[in-house]
Design a protein around this ligand. Structure first.
Ligand code: NDP
Length: 324
């Protein structure tokens, strides 16, 4: 019979949907303040090429999320046959547009357009996805600050901090090393003073490495790969993985699962995110946050660049009128 000391509480479920909602309300009130003080709202340009159903639905979701918090969205919809030069010329136009504070190009682009080339043309001051090599490079360097952090990795760290999980001094294991999740989340954890190990498809004995972790970030895209037995009791588990598996009990015939076996892991972990409803909602919330931060930076620069001996009310008036 189990003694009382054998009894372990189940993991705290980190409710990403609720946390993302709180963040959206915070953004909404900051946007209102900006608008009242300076007559300016943040602007996000969302560029989409073609009519892929999944991309269309992501873009719709992002535009709707902007509208809900008062961010102005600039909608650029190109047909599938648009040329690379036309897309790049639009990016240049948006780079110069004073009311656009963030530019997002929905991926993937059609095969005849070089994604890396297009993304490289986005001004780093407007790179709200945080994928520009200069932003990632700064993230990797000690003492440097990126202008924007990539949204999903930033969302993972935000989930940890808002759940009261300390990162400093902890052992973190990241499963996956992609440019959009694994690598940047590892760099962010390192900046937050964790000791970081990265596991990838060539890693020998990933199970024993994951079992050492106080914090696990799973981003391999492998359905339920991480079992309960891989997890150190009390660890914090952030599951980025979003995998479709067959499920004949569902009307759709499928369901979404993470990279972690949730039912097993929740018996062992201290904290865990569900899939769906964990990291997913945070990605869009962080995109809105990045756009707001971009707008605030521009307004701050305009205000502080003016003569300190001038009446602040005049400066604010000029920002409102767009002459500053
Ligand atoms: P990628 O396919 O680009 O990268 C997967 C990474 O996982 C690679 O580094 C790969 O290693 C590693 N990997 C693959 N198999 C294994 C394995 N068996 N053991 C250890 N490592 C392995 O995927 P992404 O980074 O783009 O996405 C990862 C997951 O996160 C996906 O399920 C995706 O759907 C989800 N995602 C969710 C988001 C959200 O908002 N919730 C946003 C973005 C992604 P190697 O480098 O050696 O090939």
């Amino acid at each position: 019979m189990a003694s009382p000391s054998d009894h372990r509480r189940e993991a705290t479920i980190i409710d990403g949907k609720a946390i993302a909602q709180t963040i959206r309300s915070e953004i909404s009130s900051e946007v209102r303040q900006l608008s009242q003080t300076y007559g300016k709202v943040p602007g996000l340009a969302v560029v989409i090429v073609g009519s892929r159903k999944d991309s269309q639905s992501y873009v719709r979701m992002k535009r709707k999320a902007c509208a809900e918090v008062g961010i102005k969205s600039f909608d650029i919809d190109f047909p599938q046959q648009v040329t690379e030069a036309e897309v790049i010329s639009k990016v240049h136009e948006l780079n110069a547009h004073p009311d656009v504070h963030g530019i997002l190009v929905q991926l993937p682009l059609p095969n005849h357009i070089n994604e890396e080339k297009v993304l490289g043309e986005i001004s780093i001051e407007k790179d709200v996805d945080g994928f520009h090599p200069l932003n990632i490079g700064k993230l990797a360097m000690k003492g440097r600050e990126s202008l924007f952090l990539p949204c999903t990795p930033k969302g993972c760290l935000e989930l940890l901090s808002r759940s009261g999980v300390t990162v400093k001094g902890k052992k973190a294991v990241v499963v996956g090393r992609s440019n959009i999740v694994g690598l940047p989340v590892s760099l962010l954890l390192l900046k937050a003073d964790a000791t970081v190990t990265i596991v990838h498809s060539r890693t020998h004995d990933p199970e024993s490495i994951v079992r050492e972790a106080d914090i696990i970030i799973a981003a391999a895209g492998q359905a339920m790969m991480i079992k309960g037995s891989w997890i150190k009791p009390g660890a914090a588990v952030i599951d980025v993985g979003t995998n479709v598996v067959d499920d004949s009990s569902r009307k759709s015939g499928y369901r979404l699962v993470g990279d972690v076996d949730f039912q097993e892991a929740r018996q062992v972990a201290g904290w865990i995110t569900p899939v769906p409803g964990g990291v997913g909602p945070m990605t869009v919330a962080m995109l809105l946050k990045n756009t707001l931060e971009g707008a605030k930076r521009v307004i701050r620069v305009r205000v502080s660049a003016t003569d300190i001996f001038r009446d602040p009310a005049d400066v604010v008036q000029e920002v409102r009128e767009g002459s500053l």
